[in-house]
Design a protein around this ligand. Structure first.
Ligand code: ADP
Ligand code: MG
Ligand code: MG
Length: 902
């Protein structure tokens, strides 16, 4: 303990003491202010109170020992440097108090500007500004407003109302028309509002203002909004926020002052150039608040050439230094430029690729770094079709881009109407205030979903993402009236049947049908755009980065495809085989008849006849697929779903029987089917007679499929191709199941293949938890494992996917029980652990055992990284996700350290 008293913990850092790599300790804003200071850029002096001080405050409920004294010491040196004292009545130093965590978090406390003003120093401030009373009183009223709202929880609207009232009294709409007397009156009004809500006078003591503001920033870390946000974004709850105390500079001192934001490249397209906005005679928060119209940054050249040139020079230096796009906040005080913030800037998906490519060209970063800076989610966004907005379309509302894509269609307000119109071949957009489980059928039928309430975790958003359907949620400018079948937006009434267009990426809503254009990135993947010969910077950048990802990745990427056409498409997208070919669809359509015969067969001969009729049809299916995947492995899954799924539903059969009986027709077949459906009914079909269980219970079924696969392979190979089939047995839980199936299959294969040179592997899915836990035994009988992570998630969590996503996942997400649906991204700790155990024990029993994954997680960026870590050989995903998986597999291979980029 004694040691602790002598070695005092350092809680406060001068800007000159920090740097950009100290984000954990100083937060993003503080670390970057320090970095700019050290680069010699003009940053107003100040200091940063560490996240550790915040954490200590939050655990003990009081400021840690030594903090007050350290703040005092740093404040004194700041005062010395500025030649002014905080709140001095004659010549006051003012400061801003700014929160800044490691990750930027909307919903955290805002900044308080002008701390140090009171009834006396407001006069001194005016004198400092050469007798500018208006400026001084404007600054004071801003302090009371910001301090009241963010430190003392006074409702912000009350200040807004008082301000509006002052403008109305003056007969103006513009803040700038209020003179010093008006503002002095406003300060009085503000103080009354403050006293009414807090039960005390506005604090006049500058140091008390400062301490209260710092404490409020600390406490904002645990505000409910912040807690929920962190849970959802998986930001650790124990990081704490830093607090920056910065000497004020003033952009509101007249026409030779102002404030602005700048980007070193266009964050929209990535194009090089000067982008930003400038607002003369204003303090920083006015730009964001949109009170007055800003001018494009280029115009600053006319307004103040010296500051403009200086700013451009700093921007170039920052880019060179951070080797990335930076965004910047600056203020000009009477012709003197001050830098107030910088960070590596947010950007659109297209800009991310373009900028990464440019920086490689400029020699600032290498291709590994370029690959690291883009991600699969961005690539996926670029693969959606987009609206062509080069003409008159203006959005009428903006909600949350809840599930990406571009969809146009006729407005409907009920699920039933959506189903009706869709059945007539219409595209419809289902519009609701919010959706609930009763809307599921309508959501399936609709092209897109638009709601006026709810965020990214609302029912509509969660379900739409699960379905891959375009959705805009929380467009609160829409006044939706479902009973009246209309909504009102921007003064216009939209009724059922009117056409709207929604953009699930940007959240924008348009009236009428906006034309849709295909994605250039998809055209490139499909081979119709040659990256070497077109002048599209995005396609060139994607090409370059994808090529690098392919060179680096260790994971192979296969596709899930059930038809030759899907296989061909996926191959163009870069698939290196098929990881999951489902055979169920081969029993549908006009083949149902044969399946019915199979199910109803009462003798061995009848059953064999039905199977014999199915055999050549299946063989043709496989021939088609093996040809398209010539030379690449094709994993065929033997039939998986319960057979009664191939029969008509019970009610329909019952009606058919009744109607036929009424008419006196022969109902023998209908009755037999009805009896079969009743006999085969299961309470929990997902846990019933399906997968390997079918193969063991229905004689000849798997044998027919195995024969069709082997015969198709022999035929394709005989015709000069190379078929590489891998037969996969679903739903195995015990090695004995697999051994039984395999013994029969091997006999058939040996018989069919003969000396054709065809090799057929036999392996199993690992999708039942018991299989994962006994993988060592199962591997003795399996030549490969393929993880069926959908079922593994269902059975691992005990979630019936079809039921839970629509019913209550939104609530789980809202509560932060998980940050993302475990069906979307693999649950590393639970389901992922089953994968890890099976991979390790399987390989221990059979070295070199081929391992893959064929659940939907195979195309999810975060899951791909996990599968790389676990050491799988390949992932398999839907054709459209193949490029995303290639990119992420490449990123996984180069990511050696954890990244902070969020
Ligand atoms: P945010 O994180 O919301 O951007 P900031 O802490 O950056 O909050 O501050 C909000 C606004 O106040 C910004 O425009 C910023 O430039 C301005 N600002 C902050 N500190 C100062 C200061 N010391 N002098 C002048 N303007 C400031
Ligand atoms: Mg800022
Ligand atoms: Mg399954």
């Amino acid at each position: 303990m004694a040691a602790q008293e002598t070695v005092e913990h350092k809680y406060v850092y001068d800007f000159a003491e920090g740097n950009k790599d100290l984000k954990d300790l100083l937060g993003g804003k503080g670390a970057n202010l320090a970095e700019m200071t050290n680069l010699g850029l003009p940053v107003p002096p100040g200091f940063t109170i560490t996240t550790e001080a915040c954490k200590a405050y939050l655990t003990t409920g009081r400021e840690p020992d030594g903090l007050a004294a350290q703040i005092e010491a740093h404040l004194e040196s700041l005062e010395r440097e500025m030649g002014r004292k905080l709140g001095d009545p004659q010549d006051p130093l003012l400061v801003s108090v700014r929160s800044g965590a490691k990750f930027s978090m909307p919903g955290m406390m805002e900044t308080v500007l002008n701390v140090g003003l009171n009834d006396r120093s407001v006069v001194g401030l005016s004198a400092q500004a050469g007798g500018n009373d208006r400026f001084a009183w404007d600054s004071y009223r801003r302090l009371i407003q910001m301090f009241g709202k963010t430190v003392c929880e006074v409702p912000g609207e009350e200040f807004e109302h008082a301000l509006d009232e002052a403008k109305r009294a003056k007969g103006t709409q513009n803040d700038l028309d209020l003179d010093a007397d008006d503002l002095r009156g406003l300060v009085d009004a503000y103080k009354k509002i403050f006293a009414k809500h807090t039960g005390r006078e506005f604090p006049q003591e500058p140091r008390e203002q400062l301490d209260l503001a710092i404490r409020a920033v600390f406490e904002s870390w645990n505000a409910e909004r912040a807690v929920v946000y962190r849970r959802q974004e998986r930001i650790p709850a124990d990081l704490g926020t830093a607090v920056n105390v910065v000497a004020m500079v003033f952009g509101n001192l007249g026409a030779d002052s102002g404030t602005g934001v700048a980007f070193t490249r266009d964050p929209g397209s990535g194009a090089q150039g000067i982008y930003g906005d400038y607002l003369a005679n204003a303090q920083g928060e006015d730009v964001v608040a949109g009170i007055r119209n800003t001018v494009p940054l280029q115009e600053l050249e006319q307004i103040d050439k010296k500051s403009y040139d200086e700013l451009l020079d700093y921007m170039a230096r920052l880019e060179e230094h951070y080797k990335d796009l930076c965004d910047i906040e600056f203020t000009i005080e009477r012709g003197k430029l001050w830098m107030l913030q910088t960070r590596v800037g947010k950007r659109t998906a297209a800009a991310a690729f373009v900028i990464a490519g440019q920086l490689v060209d400029e020699g600032l970063i290498d291709l590994d770094e370029a690959l690291h800076r883009v991600n699969g989610a961005q690539l996926a966004q670029l693969m959606f079709p987009r609206f062509r907005l080069d003409h008159e379309f203006q959005p009428v509302a903006k909600g949350i881009g809840a599930s990406p894509g571009a969809a146009s269609g006729k407005v409907v307000f009920t699920s039933a109407r959506a189903v009706e119109l869709a059945a007539e071949g219409e595209s419809v957009i289902l519009v609701r205030r919010e959706t609930n489980p009763d809307d599921l059928n309508g959501m399936i039928a609709a092209k897109g979903i638009l709601t006026s309430r709810g965020g990214k975790t609302s029912h509509a958003a969660v379900v739409a993402r699960g379905m891959g359907k375009t959705c805009v949620s929380g467009a609160d400018e829409l006044d939706v009236n479902v009973p009246a079948k209309k909504f009102i937006v921007a003064g216009q009434t939209v009724t059922e049947g009117d056409v709207v267009s929604i953009d699930g990426t940007t959240g924008k809503v348009y009236l009428g049908e906006v034309p849709v254009m295909p994605s250039e990135v998809v055209q490139y993947f499909e081979g119709s755009l040659d990256p070497e010969h077109i002048d599209n910077p995005l396609v060139r950048a994607v090409h370059r980065i994808m090529t690098h990802a392919d060179a680096k990745r260790r994971l192979l990427v296969r596709t899930n495809a059930d038809t030759g056409a899907d296989a061909a498409r996926a191959r163009r997208f870069g698939a290196e085989g098929i990881g999951l070919c489902r055979t169920e669809h081969m029993f549908l359509g006009d083949r149902r008849e044969l399946v019915e015969r199979l199910i109803l067969a009462s003798t061995g001969e009848e059953r064999e006849a039905a199977l014999a009729a199915l055999l050549p049809l299946q063989r043709e299916d496989f021939i088609d697929i093996f040809r398209e995947m010539d030379g690449l492995p094709v994993t065929v899954r033997l039939i998986d779903p319960p057979l009664h799924e191939f029969l008509p539903p019970l009610e329909q059969l019952a009606v058919n029987v009744a109607v036929a009986q009424e008419r006196g027709e022969d109902v023998a077949k209908e009755e037999a089917l009805l009896a079969a459906v009743r006999r085969m009914h299961e309470e929990n079909p997902m846990l019933g007679l399906r997968g390997v269980r079918l193969g063991l219970v229905i004689p000849g079924l798997f044998a027919m499929q195995v024969r069709a696969i082997a015969e198709a392979a022999v035929e394709v190979t005989g015709a000069g191709g190379t078929a590489c089939p891998e037969i996969m047995v679903p739903l195995v839980g015990a090695v004995q199941e697999l051994e039984t199936v395999r013994a029969e299959a091997e006999k058939i294969i040996a018989e069919v293949v003969g000396d054709s040179g065809v090799e057929v592997l036999i392996g199993t899915m690992i999708e039942v938890p018991r299989a994962a836990l006994t993988a060592g035994q199962i591997a003795e009988a399996a030549q490969f494992f393929s993880f069926g992570t959908n079922d593994l998630t269902q059975m691992g969590w005990g979630f019936s996917r079809d039921d839970v996503e629509g019913a209550f996942f939104w609530r789980y997400l809202e509560l932060g029980i998980f940050g993302i649906s475990p069906f979307e991204s693999i649950d590393r700790e639970g389901v992922g652990r089953l994968v890890r155990i099976a991979a390790e024990e399987g390989r221990a029993a059979r070295p070199g055992l081929k391992l893959g994954v064929c659940g939907e997680h195979g195309g999810d960026p975060d899951s791909v990284h996990f599968f790389h870590e676990v050491g799988l050989d390949y992932v398999s995903c839907s054709p459209f996700r193949v490029p995303v998986a290639r990119l992420e597999a490449g990123r996984a291979a180069i990511t050696t350290t954890g990244s902070d980029s969020r």
